[in-house]
Design a binder for this molecule. Structure first.
Ligand SMILES: Cc1cc2nc3c(=O)[nH]c(=O)nc-3n(C[C@H](O)[C@H](O)[C@H](O)COP(=O)(O)OP(=O)(O)OC[C@H]3O[C@@H](n4cnc5c(N)ncnc54)[C@H](O)[C@@H]3O)c2cc1C
Length: 236
């Protein structure tokens, strides 16, 4: 779950399992770009998060769709949903005032997503679906465009397994479930999704399907879009 800005959301990997380069790799890189030096993540204290531009009335309308816990304008939450892992995203995150969404929505059902889209159309707000936030092509950048504001839509509250059919060998899930959680739940029944992109730890099913991701087992099990039997999609 993405909830706050820290070194983990600012970077990729598990700090408990640091990766070290071999002497040969260090020597190669030193030769070409100079000796290694530490580049610590920018401290949260140094980052200025612009205030939300959503007025009280707009927020009230969104809360009427999402419920009181379904909308956050908290600075840390907005910062944690301010981009993915593209080179440009990472450079932006090293700045002191990155672009952030005006709010993060946490819908809990398909119906809420549909109503949210309708309300955002009425209010002229851009929305950016945000799964695991591992996009490397700028897919989760909070771009406002010509709109009055921009809202990131998290699927953290839609991350359940809805059903597993051992006969048809299908699983029905909410879009926010991550690879490790789904594998754990399937594994109990001796099953696997067979989808292991290198972003597996954080990426979500919704993100897989939206990006047609492929992983290191896809030559055998097929790309993510080839695994989809049915989708329920909310549209404007
Ligand atoms: C270290 C690293 C390794 C990677 N390895 C691979 C790899 O092996 N194979 C590969 O294919 N990709 C890889 N990627 C890219 C990325 O992880 C995949 O594209 C992944 O499928 C994105 O999933 P996500 O949940 O993080 O989606 P996000 O990054 O949150 O979103 C990706 C796009 O999908 C949209 N989206 C997300 N959820 C939904 C939803 N529920 N409904 C509608 N739209 C939605 C977003 O708006 C965005 O445009 C890697 C990225 C990193 C950082």
């Amino acid at each position: 779950m993405i909830g706050s800005y820290d070194e983990v959301t600012a970077r990729w990997g598990n700090p408990d399992k640091p990766v070290t380069l071999s002497d040969g790799a260090i020597s190669f890189l030193t030769d070409r770009v100079g000796p290694p030096r530490r580049t610590p993540a920018v401290s949260r204290l140094d980052i200025v998060v612009a205030p939300t531009e959503l007025d009280d009335q707009t927020r009230a309308q969104l809360i009427s769709v999402l419920g009181p816990d379904g909308l956050s304008v908290d600075a840390d939450t907005r910062l944690a949903h301010s981009g993915g892992f593209s080179y440009l995203d990472l450079v932006e995150r090293r700045g002191k005032s990155p672009s952030v969404p005006d709010a993060v929505a946490f819908p809990a059902s398909h119906e809420q997503v549909q109503d949210l889209i309708g309300t955002c159309v009425q209010l002229n707000l851009a929305i950016v679906p945000f799964g695991g936030g591992t996009s490397v092509v700028g897919g989760v950048r909070p771009e406002r465009g010509p709109h009055a504001g921009v809202i990131a839509v998290s699927f953290d509250n839609m991350a359940d397994v809805i059903g597993i059919d051992d006969v048809d060998m299908t699983v029905t899930v909410g879009p926010g479930i991550t690879g490790p959680t789904l594998e754990r739940l399937l594994g109990v029944r001796g099953l696997t999704l067979g989808h292991f992109p290198q972003s597996w730890e954080r990426a979500t099913i919704g993100g897989y399907v939206a990006t047609r991701s492929s992983g290191q087992a896809s030559a055998g099990y097929g790309r993510s879009d080839e695994m989809v039997e049915r989708l329920r999609v909310a549209t404007p």
